[in-house]
Design a protein around this ligand. Sequence first.
Ligand SMILES: [Zn+2]
Length: 145
Amino acid sequence: MSDTLNIVCPHCHAVNRVPAARLAQEPNCGKCHQPLFTAHPVALTATTFAKHVERSDIPVLVDFWAPWCGPCKMMAPQFEQAARLLEPRVRLAKVDTEAEQVLGAQYGIRSIPTLALFSGGREIARQPGAMGAQDIVRWVQSHLR
Ligand SMILES: [Zn+2]
């Protein structure tokens, strides 16, 4: 791990350079001055998705979901809890595949919910189906070792 990491702000989507040692010290965005980590998944759209996935030096875990999907709603609080457990090592994000159909098609999402883990701009793992918070954390950690 390098000494300075690119962290994309979940509020204004500016790319911040943060010393690795300061990651856990609740750093704020240099542009909008809001916290870079909020313990909540960030909702991404077609315009912000690539920036987070391609510019973040930390892995990005994306929950592809839709408002009409019952299992997605059941998993939402579990995903929130996973954000509290995984930040600031991992950025958690959500993509509403009904509002962002281009993203769903681009990544070939066939069933929801689907979790996809990105690292260095590339998808390194994918898991369809709802999971509990502890299982999400275990699944992510198994792919980051
Ligand atoms: Zn910001």
